[in-house]
Write a protein that binds this ligand. Structure first.
Ligand SMILES: C[S@@+](CC[C@H](N)C(=O)[O-])C[C@H]1O[C@@H](n2cnc3c(N)ncnc32)[C@H](O)[C@@H]1O
Length: 233
């Protein structure tokens, strides 16, 4: 199915063509405050709450869903937030092509597509390679937040993280059913109202850990990665 492309004219939306002229995404904000990335921002209700409560950090909200980017921009514009920029971009592509090592003070991944069928599990974004990749982009002691309404996804991610040298669990347990002060998206609220829990994982990059570029998994696989662009630039 082809997505109908809705034009996004918000000043906070950064079209892909503009990225070619931007050497460092941190310059999008005109200040050097810590940079936070939300992957799969959906309709932007999480990032709008987070960024409004934390003007001291800059936020990149990305999604591959054009209408979601449009709704996120509307929300950000209406709230008058100065510290959010929205990009329609695939996560692995953005990291590989547009971000520098150790530039993200936090990464948020909320309710990523669960791919519940067993035969589709390989399409899940958050796997060993992706977690390893994130280590390269997180600043020392940068935070990784992941949450999901699918318990087996939470269990998988919570079990993978301790096997990666660079992460330390911030929680006393592999995952929690609540994180104090963590905003809820409409999507999360829908599950919570039905009595279905959201599972939260919170890890931090170990202080002395340096992710070596040579250990970065190649961006040559993954459902939704745009092969053409990754391979041909
Ligand atoms: C289930 S929705 C959750 C949206 C939002 N995080 C929330 O909690 O309301 C997952 C979102 O991730 C986006 N997405 C899926 N794979 C992605 C990828 N590889 N890169 C960027 N966004 C992605 C989808 O388009 C969708 O908007």
């Amino acid at each position: 199915m082809t997505q109908r492309m809705l034009e996004i004219t918000s000043p906070n939306f950064i079209p892909e063509e503009r990225l070619a002229e931007i050497d460092d995404l941190r310059t999008l904000f005109g200040n050097d405050r810590p940079l936070v990335l939300e992957i799969g921002c959906g309709i932007g209700d999480f990032i709008a709450q987070l960024a409004a409560g934390d003007p001291g950090r800059n936020y990149l909200a990305i999604d591959i869903y054009n209408k979601g980017c449009l709704k996120t921009c509307r929300r950000i514009d209406e709230a008058g937030l100065q510290n959010v920029r929205v990009l329609r971009m695939e996560a692995r592509f953005l990291l590989a092509r547009h971000l520098r090592a150790e530039t993200l003070s936090a990464v948020y991944i909320n309710c990523p597509d669960p791919w519940p069928k067993k035969r589709h599990r390989g399409r899940r974004l958050v796997n060993r390679e992706f977690l390893q990749t994130l280590l390269y982009y997180l600043v020392p002691e940068g935070n990784l937040f992941f949450c999901t309404d699918f318990v087996d996804y939470a269990e998988d991610v919570a079990a993978l993280l301790p096997t990666l040298e660079g992460y330390r669990n911030v929680l006393a347990e592999p995952f929690a059913l609540e994180l104090a002060g963590y905003p809820h998206s409409k999507y999360m609220r829908r599950f919570l109202e039905l009595g279905q829990p959201i599972h939260f994982v919170h890890h931090r990059k170990a202080p002395g850990f340096r992710a070596d570029e040579s250990l970065l998994p190649p961006v040559t696989q993954g459902f939704r990665v745009r092969w053409q662009q990754v391979e041909n630039g």
